[in-house]
Design a protein around this ligand. Structure first.
Ligand SMILES: *[C@@H]1O[C@H](CO)[C@@H](O)[C@H](O)[C@H]1NC(C)=O
Ligand SMILES: *[C@@H]1O[C@H](CO)[C@@H](O)[C@H](O)[C@H]1NC(C)=O
Length: 512
């Protein structure tokens, strides 16, 4: 009975918030632009309106088919060692030594889902280097965006050749990219019930994948393990890290040597990050003070809705998504055609950047044959996956982090300074506000320059297992904009040397 009343209350509140959202939204006319890290909100606002009319958005969790097969079966992974046919310029490394793998994992707790992944053995010391997994956001964007445009072993040239990337993260790690949640990139299912709607679904799948991965590659199981990623992965990463930690503690399956997790320009604590939008926009001259004042009138409703959403709300989460995102669309409306991933430049094309070479490259027959993906359609950013995760968007993922810090697991939050959508200001604020045993000390810690090649590449603040790095001259995609600094960051962080103020790169050890 009480439950009915409270759900009635939340429904009426939801409708109220919805009305206010639609009122705000009606002013918008921003051109449709797709995602990349976070899918653009404008388009989905109207999609959400349609969806709400159908009101069938309550996630129905997929029933696992055969619980008894929990003893992970190696055959659930089908992996092949491959070489991209168009690979040139391997810097003397013989193609046979590269250790590049592509595979499908049949998701344990799904009806028919297969998760696609790449695994690139390190170009450095395979046995010593950590294992690093990368997750692109969206939700619903393929990690191949990062592979080919940010930190992968190679870049796509205009003539469809692959050129080795001097600053690929595989220079310092054994690097995994997964396409997830199901429906992203080359990952697919024939059963709609396999679509994921929350971080429990996402992190359970990733955990199952890791178990199968390490069973397939036991020689890497004792290497240090780090979780990394960007944007909406600010949701995935803390949930995945917590899931791995929980599995380790419960001695579930193979012990994963989790040492840390890093979030790049992520969305983790929406209440704090949405509030920071207008402050950042004002600081960067995108809006003026009176515009800020006007947009901030949405804040109390937005904050209330986020509070009701909490960590596991449903309708309130959807309502807060609609209400709060009007803050973002109003800023964009004023700022014009800026690229919301990098306010220094204009938005060009569907993704705000031109990533069309990736689709062109991955759709070549010989590439598909090399990867073993058959005729599976490659979906760079899936609207279906995105919509499936709408209720998850505004949930607070900061709450699981303190436990991980207390247990000595490292967290690095980094952010390129010119990104609007997951800006550094909102990120630094939630990191500052986070309650854990080292909170006071972290807040009191000095900001020190992050020096690469004798120049300040960013500003770093650290205490114990927690670090925050603001990266200069970069937008949302830090490894794309500052490849060398990003590789340095990874290298120092995974080596436990991030907080050492001095420049470890050859030559200069100048600190300002
Ligand atoms: C990798 O590092 C280990 C331990 O430091 C060392 O024993 C091994 O020789 C190194 N391998 C290569 C290929 O350098
Ligand atoms: C393709 O482009 C790459 C990089 O610009 C270049 O090194 C290579 O020679 C080109 N290949 C052909 C066949 O033109």
């Amino acid at each position: 009975m009480e439950k009915r009343i409270s759900s009635l209350l939340s429904l009426s509140l939801f409708l109220l918030l919805l009305i206010s959202a639609l009122t705000y939204c009606s002013a918008k006319s921003v051109s449709d632009s797709d995602i990349l890290g976070l899918q653009s909100i404008e388009r989905t606002t109207s999609q959400a309106e349609r969806l709400i009319r159908q009101l069938n958005l309550i996630p129905k969790d997929a029933e696992p088919v055969d619980e008894q097969s929990l003893t992970a079966d190696v055959s659930k992974i089908v992996e092949k060692r491959f070489t991209f046919p168009n690979l040139i310029d391997t810097n003397g490394v013989s193609v046979g030594d590269l250790g590049h793998h592509a595979g499908y994992y049949k998701l344990e707790h799904s009806h028919a889902a297969r998760m696609f992944y790449f695994f690139f053995e390190s170009r450095g010391n395979k046995s010593d280097d950590p294992v690093v997994i990368w997750l692109t956001g969206g939700p619903g964007c393929s990690s191949e965006l990062a592979l080919f445009y940010e930190n992968g072993p190679f870049k796509i040239a205009d003539n469809m050749s692959l050129v080795m990337n001097e600053y690929g993260w595989d220079k310092a790690s054994n690097l995994i990219y997964v396409d997830q949640p199901t429906g992203t990139g080359f990952s697919y299912t024939s059963d709609k019930r396999d679509l994921r709607h929350d971080e429990t679904g996402v992190s359970d799948d990733l955990y199952d994948f890791l178990q199968a991965f390490f069973q397939k590659h036991p020689q890497f199981v004792n290497n240090d393990f780090f979780i990394t990623g960007e944007s909406y992965a600010g949701h995935y990463i803390p949930a995945f890290a917590a899931r791995v930690h929980q599995g380790n503690k419960a001695k579930e399956g193979i012990h994963i040597n989790l040492k840390g997790f890093a979030i790049g320009n992520g969305l983790t604590d929406p209440a704090i990050q949405y509030k920071a939008y207008t402050d950042y926009a004002l600081d960067m001259g995108l809006i003026d003070e009176s515009q800020q004042k006007s947009i901030n009138k949405i804040l109390p409703t937005c904050e209330l809705a986020i509070k009701l959403c909490g960590t596991d709300g449903t309708l309130a989460c959807l309502a807060s998504y609609l209400v709060c995102n009007t803050i973002f669309s109003r800023i964009k409306l004023i700022a014009g055609n800026i690229n919301h991933y990098d306010i220094r430049i204009q938005c060009k094309g569907q993704l705000c950047y031109d990533f069309s070479n990736m689709d062109k490259f991955l759709n070549q027959r010989k590439v598909r044959d090399a990867l073993g993906v058959g005729d599976i359609e490659f979906v760079s950013c899936s609207p279906t996956v995105y919509q499936g995760m709408l209720m998850d968007w505004m949930r607070n993922l900061e709450v699981g982090i303190p436990t991980l810090l207390e247990d000595g697991i490292q967290l690095l939050v980094y952010a390129g300074e010119y990104d609007l959508i997951c800006n550094w200001l909102g990120n630094s604020r939630w990191v500052e506000a986070m309650e854990w045993s080292g909170h006071q000390e972290y807040v009191a810690s000095p900001k020190v320059p992050f020096v690469v090649d004798g120049a300040e590449a960013g500003v770093l603040k650290s205490y114990g297992p927690l670090s925050f790095l603001k990266v200069h001259n970069a937008g949302h995609m830090v490894p794309m904009d500052q490849p060398k600094a990003a590789l340095e960051m990874l290298n120092r962080w995974t080596g436990g040397k991030l907080a050492e103020a001095d420049d470890q790169t050859e030559g200069s050890a100048e600190v300002m």
